[in-house]
Design a protein around this ligand. Structure first.
Ligand SMILES: Nc1nc2c(ncn2[C@@H]2O[C@H](COP(=O)(O)OP(=O)(O)OP(=O)(O)O)[C@@H](O)[C@H]2O)c(=O)[nH]1
Ligand SMILES: [Mg+2]
Length: 369
């Protein structure tokens, strides 16, 4: 009972402030849309319609989830690359994941023996964080150069998942982590992966992790170039300089000239600190997904960035309305429907028992606009 209360509490703490932020965003956005269609007047004072529409949208979002299931991500990277740290950030949690084997049995982390530790990184196992069970992760510790068995495991997994008939069983995105805290971050193993491993429509995003490891070097370069720079100023400039220096060399890396190059790349730093986030990774991943249903599933599953939901909700509706014949202007209900389905984590909270509060509150604000 205590843990249920704690869950409810945590969910409310997370959801309520975001709901208010959402209201502010939507207020602004609806007003903009209204001025775009002066000859199609609509007001927001339709409480019943709004509530009905919200329920409709929640049902529609659920339908997408039923068909596509949960968003499945394969994360690859050698030991200590920062994989688990990223996944925790994505799921807004500091808790350890739950891991299930391919038969759906949970692996009890408390009784895993050191010799079984490899099982935690078995690519076939599914990893889920209770804070956001909308994501399923598969964790692979990558491979050393010359270790063809490991590479074959990963290749087999990707092709097995690609051949799954059901969308929900396929892998939807791959994050390939390359840590920057060693002298040669990109090895032959990475070259081989991107040369040999085609992933079809599944986007691969390279995540350069632990970029902060390059700060000392950047600090030294700044001091050398400009002896007058103060210690404090060099410290401030070092992070940006570190990224610029690496970015200047990056296009020459073989992985970006390979047969199956990554769709995009992103830099992450200081992920070990509680104040950082990996929203850029979420944004790049969303942009790299070329299937509309999966893109919506991804954006609406992640709960770290309200901005990302809004960007897609508003962007898609503007794209739909632009160039429309005035006779076919969207109705208020259609606009609401199109926008609200990007926010299922706010609308679809009935399982936590606070839906009435949030829906009526949300509706109240809409009706006052
Ligand atoms: N300095 C720094 N440390 C980081 C960063 N990200 C993660 N770490 C630290 O690196 C260590 C390893 O991180 P994990 O997330 O456990 O790495 P992993 O890839 O899951 O490792 P395995 O599960 O062993 O394969 C932890 O001590 C993290 O706190 C970062 O951006 N900067
Ligand atoms: Mg890990």
């Amino acid at each position: 009972m205590l843990s249920i209360c704690r869950d409810l509490d945590a969910q409310s703490n997370y959801t309520v402030p975001r709901t208010f932020a959402l209201q502010a965003y939507l207020t602004k956005s609806f007003r903009n849309l209204a001025t775009r269609s002066p000859d199609h007047p609509f007001t927001m004072s339709q409480p019943t319609a709004n509530l009905g529409q919200a329920a409709f949208d929640a049902a529609r979002a659920k339908d997408i989830r039923r068909k596509a299931g949960r968003f499945r991500i394969l994360i690859i990277g050698r030991a200590n690359a920062g994989k688990t740290t990223i996944l925790k950030k994505v799921c807004n949690t500091t808790e350890e994941p739950h891991i299930y084997n391919s038969r759906g049995m949970e692996i009890d982390l408390d009784i895993v023996r050191p010799t079984d530790e490899r099982g935690l990184h078995d690519i076939d196992n599914e990893m889920i964080f209770l804070s956001n069970p909308g994501f399923i992760f598969h964790d692979s510790r990558g491979f050393e150069a010359g270790n063809t068995t490991e590479l074959k495991h990963v290749k087999d997994f990707i092709s097995r998942r690609a051949n799954q008939r059901k969308l929900k069983n396929q892998v939807h995105a791959i994050w390939y982590c390359i840590p920057m805290d060693n002298n040669r971050p990109v090895t032959k193993a990475e070259d081989t992966f991107f040369e040999e491993c085609g992933t079809g429509h599944v986007p691969v995003i390279v995540v350069f992790t632990k970029l902060d490891a390059l700060d000392d070097q950047a600090f030294g370069a700044l001091k050398q170039e400009n002896p007058d720079i103060t210690h404090a100023e060099a410290l401030i400039q070092a992070p940006l300089r570190a990224q610029q220096d690496f970015e200047a060399r990056r296009p020459n890396l073989r992985i970006f000239k390979s047969r199956y190059p990554p769709k995009d790349h992103v830099y992450l730093r200081d992920m070990n600190l509680p104040t950082t986030d990996c929203i850029q990774l979420l944004e790049r991943t969303a942009a790299a997904i070329d299937n509309d249903v999966l893109q919506m599933l991804f954006v609406s599953t992640q709960q770290s960035s309200l901005k990302l939901c809004t960007q897609y909700a508003i962007g898609k509706i503007l794209a739909r309305t632009q160039g429309l014949d005035p006779a076919h202007k969207l109705t208020l209900k259609e606009i609401q429907s199109s926008i609200l389905r990007w926010y299922p984590h706010i609308l679809d909270v009935s399982i936590y028992g606070v839906s009435h509060f949030l829906c009526s509150d949300f509706n109240h604000h809409l009706t006052r606009m």
